[in-house]
Design a protein around this ligand. Structure first.
Ligand code: CP
Length: 314
């Protein structure tokens, strides 16, 4: 594997999940693999989990880590071909990607959707430009349309916690005061379609994800119907794809204790950070059925597995 850009880069999800669970038992077992290798982490947006878990994963493999918060610290980058650069952008991605490739052996990038233009966001210009011009492998730490490290984490977490061979998994939209990208939901949907699961997506009308991502996954507009007998409830806000970037604060979609009673004693998942008592009530996220902290812990092993596969291929 050269790059980890999307869930499609996983050749066998079952094998990857099982390998990550093995890595978790003995995280330092491959410490020699990354000795004298450097990973560069470039952040165009904030992060807690992705930044620290990817650093931790690299350190577990013996790598050196350099981190740059690009927005505010780096030169603003130009991505267009043939642009006369007489406006705000100071450096072209062509040079930036080649220069960083000389300092690092692996590059990981976070660059969210701007939610101004669906076409621009879904072109994935930032990640795809770095992949095009860098001479080293590139890892997606959440791009405009996908968060494949989170989705791999979620597959590991569901596998660890499932009690039936084919669990019912519900992805539920939730209200949010701020418009958020579709990236986490998109990758979760792509990943869950590859698991042996009874999978349902529930959201208000107008919040359909891109049909090329949801494919044949059932969509239930009645949240309570969707939650019935669920084994896992994955709650997440995303802004509208159709009315691009619009959000809603409809509190009737918040996950409450009453709604969780409709489920089969379901585990609650969220990628974090989460707005308490807006997305999910305190009593639910603080309950013993909430696995959000263990889910965040698994970010390290998802990142470590991806890095291990890239290092083994170098
Ligand atoms: N889930 C996740 O990506 O968390 P951060 O935004 O804190 O990295």
């Amino acid at each position: 594997m050269n790059n980890y850009f999307s869930i499609k880069d996983i050749d066998s999800l079952d094998h990857w999940v099982n390998e990550a669970i093995e890595l978790k038992k003995d995280p330092l077992s491959n410490k020699a693999l990354g000795t004298d290798k450097t990973i560069g982490l470039l952040f165009f947006n904030p992060s807690l989990r992705t930044r620290l878990s990817t650093q931790k994963a690299a350190l577990n493999l013996g790598m050196n880590v350099v981190v740059m918060n690009f927005t505010g610290e780096g030169w603003s980058l130009e991505y267009g071909d043939g642009t006369v650069m007489d406006q705000g952008n100071s450096e072209h991605v062509k040079e930036a990607a080649q220069v960083v490739s000389q300092y690092c052996d692996v590059l990981a990038i976070r660059a969210f959707a701007k939610l101004e233009s669906k076409e621009e966001d879904y072109e994935e210009n930032v990640l795809k430009s770095f992949i095009k011009y860098a001479s080293i492998p590139v890892i997606n730490m959440e791009s405009a349309t996908g968060h494949p490290l989170q989705a791999l984490t979620d597959a590991i977490t569901i596998t660890e916690h499932k009690t039936t061979h084919k669990p019912k998994i519900v992805l539920s939209w939730a209200p949010h005061p701020k418009a958020l990208p579709q990236a986490v939901a998109n990758s979760f949907v792509e990943m869950t379609q590859r698991m042996d699961a009874d999978f349902v997506i529930t959201h208000p009308e107008g919040f359909e994800l891109a049909s090329q991502i949801t494919n044949e996954v059932p969509i239930e507009y009645n949240q309570e119907n969707a939650l019935k007998d669920a084994d896992f409830v994955y709650v997440k806000n995303w802004s509208s794809y159709t009315h691009y970037g619009k959000t809603s604060q409809d509190q009737s979609w918040k996950i409450t204790e009453e709604k969780m009673k409709l489920t089969n004693n379901a585990k609650l998942m969220h990628c974090l950070p989460v707005r308490r008592n807006v997305v999910v009530d305190d009593v639910v996220i603080d309950s013993e059925n909430s696995i959000v902290i263990e889910q965040a812990n698994n970010r390290t092993y998802a990142a470590q597995l991806v890095l291990k596969k890239i290092l083994e291929n170098k």
